[in-house]
Design a protein. Structure first.
Length: 351
């Protein structure tokens, strides 16, 4: 008999289970990120020090057969900040599909939200990702579409080798001569890696970026410190002018699987914030410096959600291109009388 309870393992076990299930289910037809243990630890476990209230697992006679993970988070809801969660990647072993396991996990997640006073759960995925069964049948959810998604290709040849269709392969091959490499010559004056002494100033920049947001992830100082620097997982660069940090770009890497055993390194630009007075040219320079770092590390492609800190004109001049379909934000609402703001300005993370 399947029992749902708090996950008992560590980041390594969580990574092993999620990747095994997703690769066996979808890896033959779709490029998938590899959620390695370092990444999972950064988001959810923090060396075993993170709370486990929303780390759920399904066990069948002691064997792990399903997971549903979310991290506690402050959520911007209209003009308020409330307790909620962010994340939730539902995973059910092939042996237990169509047995209601995902629904059991979802109901327990909602119950814990109600018991702990959390108002809602947010998750963001690209629109091409198929939904887990419980998302399709859960009444108290809402999808918010139209989150712009941007991409940059550093190594079209590597991506073409792992493409799943001839169309993908041909498009990447044809695109190679047109990839813009101007970022390599960008001036990096005043741009450097983030240091913990920059935290308070970076918090001010993020708070300013969040002012127009009515729904999305909100940062405490402690959570921002973890976002910007944790072991070797996130990478953060800042723009310093006149002795003060005026902008930041924060990224992380994931391996991306392709056809057969082929894989490449991908990078996600996760958080961007600037002082309002920073020119578009200086915003572009910081992004280009980050791209130089990606190229040095052998990153094949990069992606990011639309950011108020980087206008479309900056991204286009730097060679980034909008992807069709974009991404969607999914909201789980534990209470039937919970309402979202009428005017939505969303900020979230692609994870």
């Amino acid at each position: 008999m399947v029992e749902v309870r708090t996950f008992e393992g560590d980041a390594a076990e969580a990574s092993w289970f999620i990747n095994r299930v997703w690769q066996s289910s979808y890896g033959r037809t779709t490029a998938l990120p590899v959620w390695n243990s370092r990444f999972i630890d950064w988001l959810l476990f923090r060396g075993g020090q993170a709370p486990r209230d929303y780390l759920l697992a399904a066990y069948d006679k002691g064997t792990l057969v399903g997971t549903l993970f979310a991290e506690p988070a402050r959520i911007r809801l209209g003009a308020l900040e409330v307790d909620g969660t962010h994340g939730s990647r539902a995973t059910v072993a092939d042996s237990h599909r169509n047995e209601g396991v995902a629904g059991m996990l979802a109901r327990e997640l909602l119950r814990r939200h109600r018991d702990l006073g959390a108002r809602l759960s947010l998750g963001c995925v690209t629109t091409g990702v198929r939904e887990a069964g419980f998302w399709k049948h859960t009444w108290n959810k809402r999808h918010i579409y139209g989150l712009g998604l941007w991409a940059y290709v550093f190594d079209a040849r590597a991506l073409a080798r792992g493409a799943f269709t001839d169309t993908q392969r041909n498009l990447l091959t044809l695109a190679r001569p047109f990839l813009r490499q101007g970022y390599r010559e960008a001036d990096t004056a005043g741009i450097r890696p983030y240091h913990r002494n920059d935290l308070n100033r970076c918090m001010s920049l993020v708070q300013r970026m969040m002012q127009p947001v009515t729904l999305g992830f909100a940062y405490t100082t402690e959570r921002l410190a973890h976002q910007l620097q944790y072991q070797d997982v996130p990478r953060t660069f800042v723009l310093e002018q006149d002795g003060e940090v005026q902008g930041l770009v924060n990224t992380y890497s994931l391996e991306l699987t392709g056809q057969g055993s082929h894989s490449v390194t991908s990078e996600v630009v996760d958080l961007v914030a600037f002082e309002d007075s920073v020119s578009c040219g200086d915003r572009q320079r910081l992004l280009q410096a980050v791209m130089q770092d990606m190229a040095r590390r052998g990153v094949a492609c990069a992606g990011m959600l639309r950011s108020p800190g980087l206008p479309a004109s900056v991204l286009l001049r730097t060679g980034w291109l909008p992807l069709p379909g974009g991404a969607k934000l999914t909201c789980l609402l534990p209470s039937s009388n919970m309402h979202l703001p009428a005017s939505l300005n969303v900020f979230t993370h692609l994870r």
